[in-house]
Design a protein around this ligand. Structure first.
Ligand code: G6P
Ligand code: MG
Length: 222
């Protein structure tokens, strides 16, 4: 039985995947790296420092940065990102999300956020959505980043439900892998070709609905 739906934040609840992309793009341009939207798919769901490593791997020559320099670059990306998210407002929640959360609540299905971002509470605060989630797990509370299942398992545990009773919703390849590793039903949002392993892919959050999630979970739960 479906007992909880656990949502990724960036790119699922609101379009902060775009803000992360723009901030990394600015850093990439400064360093003359051939950073594209296609390559950015690999950064989605991935921690800040690991994202930076992936970005720097685009250099044709080996870049030698000290740990201090790496942290300074990551910090600068974060400053750009924080400027971009400062103007997020309640109307920036993606289509279909609020009706879905309300429908899940009406059906007694719990909800949580499982985010790899240290800015998760700021984003949810700007959206004024704290009251919609039973539990919020962010990067500050976990040791292992997606695709490790820790953030999803921790959310399920705090909700008091078994992983097999959960559906996870993600827009990132690393995130879908984390959901599958957690033994949950994996719903992807985006281009179907990016998510061959997801149990179901929707092209937009607008298509999400509680009844269908219940049915997909029933078909696929471990
Ligand atoms: C999410 C996003 C990633 C981001 C990561 C860390 O997983 O999808 O793009 O790199 O969080 O975010 P932070 O806000 O801590 O830099
Ligand atoms: Mg995401």
């Amino acid at each position: 039985k479906l007992e909880a739906v656990i949502f990724d934040l960036d790119g699922v609840i609101t379009d902060t995947a775009e803000h992360h992309y723009l901030a990394w793009k600015a850093i990439g341009d400064e360093l003359n790296l051939p950073f594209t939207r296609e390559f950015n798919e690999n950064l989605k769901g991935v921690s800040r420092l690991e994202s930076l490593r992936l970005l720097l791997s685009l250099s044709p020559v080996e870049l030698k940065y000290t740990d201090e320099e790496l942290h300074a670059l990551a910090e600068r990306k974060n400053e750009l990102y924080k400027e971009l998210i400062a103007s997020i407002k309640p109307s920036d929640v993606l289509p279909g999300i609020l009706p879905l959360l309300e429908d899940l609540k009406a059906r007694g299905i719990k909800t949580a956020i499982a985010s790899a971002s240290k800015n998760a509470f700021a984003v949810i605060g700007n959206l004024q959505m704290e009251q919609y989630f039973d539990i919020i797990v962010d990067a500050a509370k976990i040791k292992n980043s997606k695709p490790d299942p820790e953030v999803f398992l921790s959310a399920a545990q705090q909700l008091g439900v078994k992983p097999q009773s959960c559906v996870g919703v993600e827009d990132a390849v690393a995130g879908v892998d984390a959901i599958l590793a957690a033994n949950m039903t994996a719903i992807a949002i985006g281009n179907k070709d990016h998510f061959p392993h997801a149990h179901h892919t929707y092209s937009s959050t607008e298509e999400l609905n509680a009844q269908e999630l219940i049915e997909i979970h029933q078909r696929t739960a471990a």
